[in-house]
Structure formats: C-alpha cells, structure tokens
Design a binder for this molecule. Sequence first.
Ligand SMILES: [Zn+2]
Length: 320
Amino acid sequence: MSEERSSLSSLSRRGFLAAAGLGTATAVFAPRLLFAQETGIVPTMINAAARAKIDVQPLRRAISVLEGSGGNIAVLTGKGGKLLIDSGFTVSRARIAVALDNLSSDPITQLINTHWHVDHTDGNAWVHSAGATITAHENTKKRLSTSTRVEGWSYTFPPAPAGAIPTTVFDDEHHVHHNDTRIALKYYGPAHTDSDISVLFEEADIIHVGDTWWNGFYPFIDYSTRGSIDGMIRATERNLTTVTDKMIIVPGHGPVGNKAGLTEYRDMLVAIRHKVAELKKQGKSLSGTIAAKPTAAYDAKWGQFLMTPAIFTGLVYSGV
Ligand SMILES: [Zn+2]
C-alpha cells in the first residue's frame, strides 16, 4: 500500500496528461488544471485504478480478495460460478478479468454491492454483461438510479446505466446460498452512506464490512447520502460485537484485517469525535477546529491517504 500511496499524485498527473494529450512542456503552463485534477478525489481514484496492478490474496476456503481498483473486491469461486463483492472501477476491467481467470475458469454469476459509491460499483455494468445478477441494499439501487451529488467529493454522478442497477434488493437482511456457502447480508442503517451492508461468509468466517472500515486510513463519510460520524461509530460498534478473534475482516479500503485492528480504528473514531465536539462546543469555527489539530495523535498512522487530517476533521465537524 505505501508504494501505491506514495505514487498516487504522480499517477494522477500521468493519467491527466495522457487523457488531455498534453506533454510535460504544456503542463508547466497549466498548473491550475493540474491542481484541480490532483485535488479531485474521484479523478484521483480513477487514475490510480487505471495504473494499479491487481493484487490477489487468497483468504480461506474458495474466497479471495482483489486489491487495486477502488474498494476491495472479494471473490467466491465454485461450480455455481463466481460471486463477487463489489466491482471496482471499469478502467481496471482487463486486469480484474485476468485476475479472476487466474483464480478459476468459472463464469461470473453473482455480484453483491456493499454500498452505492462509484469505487465499489463502477464495474457493475461489465460484470453484469459478463453474466452476473446484482444484489444490494434498496438504497444502492435508489442512489444508482438517479443523478447523485456527493458534496464531499465535489462531484455529481449521473444515473448508472441500466445493466449496472441491482435487481435483487432488500431492506434489513438477506441470505444467499451459493457454492455450498451461506452468505448473510445485513444493513447497517445510515453509516458511511445510507446503503451500507455487511456480507458474512458463514463457513469461512470472513466478513466484508464495506466502507464502514478503512483499515489504516481516515475514512470518507458521505453526508450527502446520509452518512455521519455517529453512524460510522455505530456501525463499527456493531462490527465489533459481530466479529471474533479468528474472523478475517475485509475492509472497504486497506489491507485485510482482524478484530484488534478494527478495535484500534473504533478507538480512533471515538477519540477524534470527542475532541472535535469539544472544540465545536467551545464555539470554534471549522478552520479554528482544524488549526487546533484534534487528530494530531493519529495522523502518522491514519492520515496518509485520500482523507487528510484537515478533510477528516471537517467530516467529523459536520456531524457533531
Ligand atoms: Zn464508499
């Protein structure tokens, strides 16, 4: 991850130059454009995915995780066809397809989305065209079906194409039996968005918790679609009551982890929420709160990815 992270901005610059057909000489005279490009989180994520190699990590039984295209993709292989959790970015299609072929020759038959965000659903259309039916929380269908603004990303997403829309949706809980594996899907309630679910592979004791956990990074919280810091903390508390010490936990972003790592993350969220709330109660503005550095004790470990200490402080401030 660290290698990938350190190269994010240069990847994004190369992606921009390639897309715009500009050479470096021209780029020198276009600093504003470059700046805008590099601070846009969505283009940064897409450009990183366009360059990243797909890492495949076998977990337990027939379940693996693919890292490198937006959110972590979990894959269950078997005679009934592959079941995917999340679909990454479309720009990674060729490399994801190769990684999937290397796992087994089974076709893709099922896709489950952990939530509606583009870095987890952009590949839905091609995965569906490859043969998958798509299952998700009803709010994932709702958000993908219409134009949706995410203020925190300064980005408005158009409606997703018809093939990308989930056709099996649920409200609270849903169960899937696939390749002799029981899979339990549960809605968190509003947390990171209003569409987040956990996906538990019961026999393998592996849970995908979507973007309720960014392992090793301050998480994004999407207030535009009803996420909040308190919802994130509630979801994390629920994860902690669900998971055991032996369970493998697949986060939305970052390396596969365990209960100890998730506990540390909960403690970080709770501590920063407390500090930011105190500062806001004292009457501090957002900029005053950021200047007081309420995240300082955590920045070396958690503040080195897309969500900088200042951005994350702002996300917490919005919700206390
Ligand atoms: Zn997300």
